[in-house]
Design a protein around this ligand. Structure first.
Ligand SMILES: NC(=O)c1ccc[n+]([C@@H]2O[C@H](COP(=O)([O-])OP(=O)(O)OC[C@H]3O[C@@H](n4cnc5c(N)ncnc54)[C@H](OP(=O)(O)O)[C@@H]3O)[C@@H](O)[C@H]2O)c1
Length: 191
């Protein structure tokens, strides 16, 4: 058995509407751009964002999120994950757009505990709802970062799907931004 990085951690991060959707039913995320302004909100300094992104060691995503990322890239919006190793969960043969992308099929707990935790410190699950829920259901997540956009969209793909039971959380951080986004950071409580 391999040893985990002593301080490895698994974060789930997504942006959702106030009513808990990460995309419309057709997968679109046009609603993420709002014109809201929260006067007392913080602004994100691009240098801070760049430094923060450097602290993330690898990304994990579901195949439908990967397909969205590929579509964004082909539309000229770039690739959001830099050159960080990106593990895409899929049982299909998908185009591999770059060296940093690796496909994985099978047991998510084996991927996280057997492969990722021994090699990476900060492991980020970036969606979608199916994969994030599986990560929580299997007890693999240490932290959930939920950014709420100031909009209701009525229906769509939910952040969380059905769980087997309750998951207790500890609210660790709350930040509100000038563009009306609220970021909630929760730690998953064990035991
Ligand atoms: N608002 C946000 O922050 C945000 C973030 C991320 C995504 N999104 C949106 O969310 C939508 C995608 O979310 P989603 O919940 O529909 O799908 P998803 O979680 O991205 O992908 C689910 C797919 O991943 C594959 N998969 C999952 N677990 C696997 C495993 N253990 N082994 C092998 N394959 C596995 C399966 O596809 P196969 O058929 O390929 O096997 C499954 O259908 C997109 O529209 C995207 O734009 C929004």
């Amino acid at each position: 058995m391999t040893m985990a990085q002593p301080d490895s951690s698994v974060t789930i991060h997504m942006v959702a509407s106030l009513d808990g959707f990460i995309a419309r039913k057709d997968g679109s995320v046009d609603w993420l751009e709002t014109s809201d302004e929260f006067v007392n909100g913080d602004t994100l300094d691009p240098e801070f964002v760049e430094a923060f992104l450097k602290t993330i060691d690898c990304y994990v995503m579901g195949s439908r999120t990967y397909e969205t990322a590929l579509r964004f890239e082909s539309q000229g919006f770039g690739w959001a994950y830099g050159d960080k190793p990106t593990f895409v969960l899929t049982s299909r043969e998908l185009p591999r757009s770059r060296e940093s992308v690796e496909f994985y099929s099978g047991d998510l707990a084996e991927l996280v505990n057997g492969h990722l935790r021994p090699s990476f410190r900060s492991i980020w699950f970036v969606g979608g709802g199916a994969v994030s829920t599986e990560c929580l259901r299997l007890g693999l997540a240490d932290e959930v970062r939920y950014s709420i956009a100031p909009v209701l969209i009525g229906e769509g793909i939910p952040f969380f799907e059905k769980l087997d039971g309750d998951i207790a959380l500890h609210l660790a951080e709350v930040k509100a931004y000038k563009n009306g986004m609220v970021e909630l950071r929760y730690e998953v409580r064990r035991g």
